[in-house]
Design a protein around this ligand. Structure first.
Ligand code: C5P
Length: 223
């Protein structure tokens, strides 16, 4: 059972994917964390993230290792735990540019397909291009959406809990999210896009529990 969950940020993708995987005993892969980890490695190793050629030349260098336990999704770059650093503003601001480079996408896509192929009992893979490009033969494809206001409110709630400080500027959060979605949706290689055969779930008016229940039902139907 391969489940692809795509959509822009702030739609509850990660929380939903982890919970669905844990509830159904499936593995879990956060592909955004992989793009964030390679971005963090580049920033930490002096790669100019404004220079596409430099990014392309470095794409194969770091080893990126993802854990697939939904209760403890680990991520490392060259053996260093990246789970904290990949959530910083610096990485968030640079990740769309790094992930738009075709060499980076080819490298990470290959890794994702390998992980999915090795997940014996099935896997939930979340990202932007899983249903369209990485795993077009997935047994179930879900595309999560939500209004820009709801997404910004959720994201600023998350920032508050992860960084331990209040994020009062909702407008700035919404602007940053919109800019990242625009970059992700308009890039040439493998943009953020709903697959034709994906089930779209608008989460604006739903609680996280309702979204989880909805996706679990869809997986059970697809099994
Ligand atoms: O999901 P998350 O917000 O952590 O993703 C971070 C970034 O990684 C996205 O904004 C996008 O640029 C990139 N990404 C991607 N393809 C994926 C998953 C994430 O390009 N499948």
């Amino acid at each position: 059972m391969i489940v692809a969950i795509d959509g822009p940020s702030g739609t509850g993708k990660s929380s939903t994917s982890k919970a669905v995987a844990a509830q159904l005993g499936l593995s879990y892969l956060d592909t955004g964390a992989q793009y964030r980890a390679i971005t963090w490695w580049m920033l930490s190793n002096g790669v100019d993230v404004a220079d596409q050629e430099a990014i392309a030349a470095a794409a194969d260098k770091p080893s990126i290792v993802s854990g697939t336990d939904p209760r403890q999704p680990a991520i490392s770059a060259d053996g260093l735990d990246a789970s904290g650093p990949i959530r910083t503003q610096e990485v968030t601001a640079a990740v769309s540019a790094v992930s738009a480079v075709p060499e980076v996408r080819a490298r990470i896509t290959e890794l994702q397909r390998m992980i999915a192929a090795e997940a014996g009992g099935g896997i939930v893979v979340e990202g932007r291009d899983i249903g369209t490009t990485v795993l077009p033969g997935a047994d179930l494809k879900v595309f999560l959406t939500a209004s820009p206001e709801a997404r910004a409110a959720r994201r600023s709630g998350e920032l508050k809990t992860t960084a331990g400080r209040p994020v009062t500027d909702l407008a700035a959060t919404q602007q940053a999210l919109t800019a990242r979605d625009k970059a992700d949706s308009s890039r040439k290689t493998s943009p953020l896009k709903k697959a034709d055969d994906a089930v779209e779930v608008d989460t604006t008016e739903l609680t996280l529990e309702q979204v989880i229940e909805c996706v679990v039902t869809l997986v059970e139907k697809a099994a």
